[in-house]
Write a protein that binds this ligand. Structure first.
Ligand SMILES: Cc1cc2nc3c(=O)[nH]c(=O)nc-3n(C[C@H](O)[C@H](O)[C@H](O)COP(=O)(O)OP(=O)(O)OC[C@H]3O[C@@H](n4cnc5c(N)ncnc54)[C@H](O)[C@@H]3O)c2cc1C
Length: 323
């Protein structure tokens, strides 16, 4: 039986991505330990224990927020102690940053963006999209530990196990190799961009705009639609790169991977890199003037029309229907 460790980040919650990550780990049918750096609420700890054989909540000075070197040091120390075959992390930017570094420190191998995981010949096989989603690669990790960040939304959350796992609170004191670079970087200021009340990754409804909108002002029109729908706003990279909307809105290969019930793509062509971010969306709707735009091959509902003729009337109609 494999020994599997799931590494969460400070401030961890038992949300959909975490539940998906744990489901991915449980699918491998091994001895599962969850490491949580920093203090975490009792409800979260209990929910985590419902999914794993054991949960280790690590406490160390300064661990209340994400400090890359410190979190890395703590994960390295606890993982070294557990000596796992497989280490899984989520797909958030912190986890993506730490995955290869943790693999390096543990003397293992790493892969990212796993959309499925499988054990084959005792090795972990990771399936992931490559070339902007145009092809799929299967990567076999033949050294131990295999340290992988997964596209957690690709895995359906699993029900709690019959019996809850153990919970351990561990005071961690970094020493030796793990402590070496803790002071190498320091977060001097934290600036939070307001992206609405719900994180894009957790949003059920998303209205996204692209370069075809032509500037920042039309995003205000889309905002009215989003407000009526109770949706979050998002954008293509082209719109973010143009500075029309915050970069945190970007969906795609180098942006957020979203999994809403409904994704409305307005004036977005549907480049493969954008589509990679919406692969887990249940329903995609597109509004585009170009009937040959690739997005129409990847949506359930499409409207070949100028957004100017659609967004305003649609907003008014929805407002009337929902009021
Ligand atoms: C390594 C790499 C990573 C990348 N990562 C990402 C990523 O994470 N996310 C991402 O989005 N892109 C990413 N890209 C960029 C991607 O290739 C595309 O360039 C980008 O997605 C295009 O954005 P767009 O669809 O808004 O713009 P365009 O491709 O220019 O499309 C605009 C669309 O608007 C339509 N349109 C124009 N006027 C109107 C109108 N009045 N009404 C309705 N429709 C109209 C046009 O017909 C067109 O289809 C990446 C590229 C690379 C190389």
């Amino acid at each position: 039986m494999k020994s599997i460790v799931v590494c969460l980040m400070p401030g961890a919650k038992f949300d959909k991505p975490t539940a998906g990550l744990l489901a991915a780990a449980r699918g491998l049918d091994g001895q599962l330990t969850v490491i949580v750096p920093g203090t975490v609420g009792d409800d979260t700890t209990a929910s985590l224990a419902g999914q794993a054989d054991s949960v280790i909540v690590c406490e160390a000075a300064g661990l209340s927020e994400y400090q890359p070197e410190l979190v890395l040091g703590v994960l390295q120390l606890v993982c070294s102690d557990l000596n796992p075959d497989i280490v899984l992390l989520a797909g958030d930017t912190y986890s993506q940053e730490l995955t290869p570094r943790l693999a390096g420190r543990l003397g293992g191998v790493s892969a990212g963006d796993a959309q499925s995981l499988k054990l084959e010949n005792d090795n972990l096989r990771v399936t992931r999209s490559v070339y902007g989603g145009k092809a799929t690669a299967v990567v076999e990790l033949r050294s131990k530990p295999a340290v992988v960040w997964v596209r957690a939304r690709s895995f359906a959350p699993a029900a709690a196990r019959d019996s809850a796992g153990s919970i351990e609170k561990r005071i961690v004191e970094l020493a030796g190799e793990a402590a070496k670079s803790v002071d190498a970087t320091k977060i001097v200021e934290r600036h939070e961009e307001s992206t609405g009340t719900v994180r894009l990754e957790d949003a059920t409804l998303i209205v996204a705009g692209g370069r075809g909108l032509g500037g920042p002002e039309p995003f205000e029109e889309l905002k009215k639609l989003a407000v009526v729908m109770g949706a979050q706003q998002a954008a293509s990279r082209a719109a973010c790169d143009a500075g029309w909307v915050p970069v945190q809105w970007q969906v795609g290969q180098t942006g957020k991977k979203v999994a809403p019930e409904l994704y409305v793509a307005v004036a977005i062509s549907g480049a493969s890199q954008h589509l990679m971010g919406i692969a887990d969306a249940k329903i995609v709707t597109a509004i585009n003037t170009d009937r040959d735009a690739p997005i129409f091959k990847h949506c359930q509902f499409g409207l070949v029309e100028d957004y100017k003729a659609v967004v305003g009337p649609l907003t008014e109609r929805l407002k009337a229907l929902l009021s």
